[in-house]
Ligand binder design. Structure first.
Ligand code: HEC
Ligand code: HEC
Ligand code: HEC
Ligand code: HEC
Length: 219
């Protein structure tokens, strides 16, 4: 009899312990598995979810061979679109959009994807201190990141390279309406739900001045 009782208690204890163990380990296991998936997605998507593989090289690199486009681009509103995130800038416009004009939005991750280049992607914008070149809408926001086409296909030693070959390495040329719509859409707090982006008119307003290329590069 005492044996049976002991057994009973033992059984009870083991059962309770098992429940406790499973209660405490299951959530942990789930957390660990989810973390694993998260890290995997972060690592793979950071590298491959953009138009091309490879990294951003920054406008300073493009400038080495495209001085005229660089100088013209530098004066555009888009090139300087990081600045408007600072406190005290565009006060009236921010008030109308329901934002606080005295707030500093330069680290606000809801604004950065459209007011910087490559935010959250390999070689893209991190912060104004760490990656000042990637602030604003830079060359690669429209032309695709250069890591895989600059100095490979697009090479002064091979100045008659084919656009199609550069495109295969990630060049957006000519940039399509879809590229603009990544930022020019109703998620911007400055435009209403009914925002329309008229590509043909915008493109005439100018991205930068266009200069004659020396070579034909095909379609
Ligand atoms: C080492 C020099 C070099 C660098 C750096 C460079 N390019 Fe080029 N790029 C060229 C040459 C050469 C051409 C062809 C020029 C010509 O035909 O006159 C060209 C052409 C282009 C064209 C036209 C392509 C076509 O098929 O017609 C675009 C767009 C372009 N570059 C964008 C960029 C961007 C954006 C960057 C920076 C991410 C960049 N380039 C960096 C050398 C360079
Ligand atoms: C989905 C992309 C997107 C997001 C997110 C976004 N913006 Fe913009 N923002 C734009 C675009 C595009 C324009 C230019 C609108 C136009 O001319 O059509 C703009 C314009 C502005 C302007 C200039 C307004 C003017 O009339 O001169 C300010 C200031 C601004 N944004 C601040 C912010 C702030 C602050 C945030 C975050 C709270 C933010 N934006 C988030 C895309 C975005
Ligand atoms: C990475 C995001 C992004 C991309 C991509 C982008 N834009 Fe913009 N664009 C902006 C922002 C932000 C502003 C507002 C800048 C400001 O007022 O400070 C803007 C402003 C402009 C303006 C100035 C408006 C004016 O009244 O002067 C024009 C024109 C424009 N964009 C055209 C284009 C075109 C055409 C494309 C595609 C080829 C394009 N944009 C791609 C974010 C973007
Ligand atoms: C807002 C989008 C946008 C940005 C930012 C941008 N470009 Fe362009 N780029 C274009 C468009 C649009 C064309 C013209 C395509 C066509 O001819 O249909 C173009 C054409 C070019 C060409 C071909 C020759 C010419 O002058 O038309 C070169 C080279 C070039 N861009 C380099 C650059 C460089 C370098 C930067 C940065 C300093 C830059 N682009 C920034 C949209 C952009």
């Amino acid at each position: 009899m005492p044996n049976e009782e002991n057994e009973g208690t033992n059984n009870f204890v083991t059962e309770e312990m098992r429940r406790r163990i499973s209660r405490s380990t299951w959530p942990m296991t789930i957390v660990v598995v989810l973390l694993g998936i998260g890290v995997f997605l972060y690592v793979t998507m950071g590298k491959y979810d953009h138009t091309s593989q490879g990294q951003f090289v920054g406008p300073g690199k493009c400038k080495e061979c495209h001085k005229e486009q660089y100088a013209s681009w530098k004066k555009t509103r888009m090139a300087n679109s990081f600045h408007v995130l600072r406190a005290g800038e565009k006060v009236q416009e921010k008030r109308i959009a329901g934002l606080d004009p005295d707030k500093d939005y330069t680290q606000d991750e809801t604004c950065l994807p459209c007011h910087t280049t490559g935010y959250g992607l390999v070689g893209g914008f991190v912060s104004i201190e760490k990656t000042p070149d990637m602030a604003g809408v830079t060359c690669e926001a429209c032309h695709g990141h250069g890591g895989a086409y600059v100095n490979t296909v697009m090479d002064p030693k091979n100045p008659t390279f084919k656009t199609s070959a550069a495109r295969n390495a990630g060049l957006n040329y000519p940039p399509t309406e879809n590229v603009c719509r990544e930022c020019h859409n109703a998620r911007s707090p400055f435009v209403g739900r009914d925002y329309k982006f008229y590509f043909n008119e915008r493109i005439k307003l100018g991205t930068h001045e266009h200069y004659h290329l020396n070579y034909e590069h095909g379609k």
